[in-house]
Design a protein around this ligand. Structure first.
Ligand code: FES
Ligand code: FES
Length: 213
């Protein structure tokens, strides 16, 4: 089952299956030929250790993205972020690839309304779940309150971290519609803005909360 960001934050040690997955991603970066060899070896070891059936090869899955069923072919190791950005046609590019290791929050999407780092979720684990990206929160014609507040408060600079903040804050305001500044800061602790736009991000969150009251 895919972990929410809260789960990740409560358990800084990644699970063994997550470690196996990240190991796989690391292997993939080492070059195609070596990667294939090492990957096969890793799979064989897992089988030997009785880690269960190992999926391999491309698999067709259906993801429920922003209220629409989207069929896509992925490998078992394809992350949800990769599936959204690089396998779907047309692509869903709101969630951004920045760290690819669950530290920055730029790839945040909602899985059944809970924020997750989509770079740490396997696409195959996201089937049968409601996936909401920043595109699904509002539309250019009808922005949701957080999107509108980000524009009004000028809460973005580079924009890479913005979709993650907007998605996180939108989910949080549903849970807590009238937060304090401290609570907003706490809710955003899994999102990083390297250019330091935090004060405006927090102002936008509070303004969005006010506009909805
Ligand atoms: S790209 Fe996923 S947390 Fe940074
Ligand atoms: S606005 Fe993107 S890192 Fe700050």
């Amino acid at each position: 089952m895919a972990k929410t960001r809260d789960d990740e934050e409560q358990k800084p040690e990644h699970s063994s299956s997550r470690r196996r997955f990240l190991k796989g991603v690391g292997i993939a970066g080492a070059g195609a030929a070596i990667a294939d060899h090492l990957w096969t070896e890793a799979e064989a070891k897992e089988e030997q250790n009785g880690a269960g059936r190992t999926l391999s090869g491309a698999t067709k899955i259906t993801l429920q993205v922003n209220g629409e069923p989207r069929t896509v072919e992925v490998e078992p190791r394809t992350t949800l972020l990769n599936a959204l950005r690089n396998h779907l046609e047309p692509a869903v590019t709101g969630p951004k690839l920045v760290c690819d290791m669950g530290t920055c929050g730029a790839c945040t999407v909602l899985l059944d309304d809970k924020p997750v780092y989509s770079c740490l979720v396997l696409a195959v684990d996201a089937t049968n779940k409601k996936i909401t990206t920043v595109e699904g929160l509002g539309s250019p014609e009808k922005l949701n309150s957080v999107q509108a507040a980000f524009v009004e408060q000028d809460a973005l600079m580079c924009g890479f971290c913005t979709p993650g903040f907007v998605t996180t804050i939108s989910a949080y305001l549903k849970k807590n519609p009238n937060p304090t500044l401290e609570e907003v800061r706490e809710a955003c602790k899994g999102n990083f803005c390297r250019c330091g736009t935090y004060p405006r991000v927090f102002e936008a969150a509070l303004a969005a909360a006010k506009s909805a009251i």
